[in-house]
Design a protein around this ligand. Structure first.
Ligand code: C2E
Ligand code: MG
Ligand code: MG
Ligand code: MG
Length: 268
């Protein structure tokens, strides 16, 4: 699978990990190597405001460069890293790097850097303290950071998750619910959540042209989320038609290949 990046960058994902790693022990030592040999990278994808198409922020997306120019997709190694516990050092690396980069990004103007949360890391008692300490060490401000969580984090222990989210918001981080619509998406808990944004999963955006059900769903999610005072981000916008459709529905922000693929900070 090759994904094109900009004009002349070709990002090649290696074959599936089950082929690459015969055992979880091999996987474990290889991930350890990724950290030690500094094979981890953050790529950034722009997030634009619908009404004026200005870039308001970037989402940090983790990449593992196993060999020069060969990237392993996070959907391949993050679930495994969650299983082995190696997601903790990995996630700590992500936060430190993203916070350092966030400091740099402010030179462009006010920018929010979105960082994806790992369930295991989020559920550790020292998580919020760790973020606070990383802010101090990097000179990053919490107002520059948006934390993206998925519904799976909320499903496990909803009350605990809500308490942690409250604390993170008191620390001045903003919170976004990622991949909305793919999990349980119970509207009854949506209104209880201390958060700022809802990101509509790209599977619904991509069905807009062909499926009436996706159009109805996207339009309803925008209305419901906004009535609960959440801003809405459309993920996976690939065509001008999709951009126009969500903008007409009053969506606040968009992200997707139409505006830019995730690339190294230097290539943005
Ligand atoms: P996500 O947070 O929902 O990130 C969006 C994914 O959609 C990214 O895949 C991005 O490259 C892809 N994408 C963006 N625009 C488009 C588009 O227009 N079309 C299509 N087809 N795809 C688009 P990626 O980078 O492979 O990441 C996959 C998932 O891995 C992320 O989903 C996130 O859940 C997880 N992930 C990535 N980085 C991290 C990280 O640093 N920590 C943790 N815990 N998870 C991460
Ligand atoms: Mg995300
Ligand atoms: Mg998403
Ligand atoms: Mg996702």
């Amino acid at each position: 699978q090759a994904k094109r990046l900009g004009h002349n960058h070709v990002q090649v994902y290696q074959d599936s990990m089950s082929f690459q790693f015969k055992s979880s022990a091999a996987m474990r030592s290889s991930l350890q190597e990724a950290i030690e040999k500094q094979q981890l990278r953050l790529h950034y994808q722009p997030i634009v405001r619908c009404n004026d198409l200005q870039v308001v922020g970037y989402e940090a997306l983790l990449r593992w460069e196993r060999e020069p120019g060969k990237f392993v997709s996070p959907s391949e190694f993050i679930p495994l890293a969650e299983m082995t516990g190696q997601i903790i050092p990995l996630s700590e690396w992500v936060f430190r790097q993203a916070f350092m980069d966030a400091v740099e990004f402010q030179k462009e103007g006010p920018r929010k850097i979105s960082v994806n949360l790992s369930t295991l890391h989020f559920n550790r008692s020292e998580f919020a303290d760790h973020l606070e300490q990383t802010l101090v060490e990097t000179g990053c401000k919490p107002e520059w950071i948006e934390l993206e969580l998925t519904e799976s984090i909320l499903m496990e222990n909803t009350d605990y998750a809500i308490a942690v989210l409250k604390r993170l918001r008191e620390q001045k981080f903003s919170i976004a619910l990622d991949d909305f619509g793919t999990g349980f998406s119970s509207l009854s808990y949506l209104k209880r959540l201390p958060m700022d944004k809802v990101k509509i999963d790209r599977s619904f955006i991509q069905g807009i042209r062909t499926h009436k059900s996706d159009r109805v769903l996207v339009s309803s999610v925008i209305k419901i989320a906004q009535s609960l005072d959440f801003a809405v981000v459309a993920e996976g916008v690939e065509t001008p038609q999709q951009a126009e459709f969500v903008t007409e529905l009053g969506c606040n922000y968009m992200q997707g290949y139409y505006f830019g693929r995730p690339v190294a900070k230097e290539d943005l």
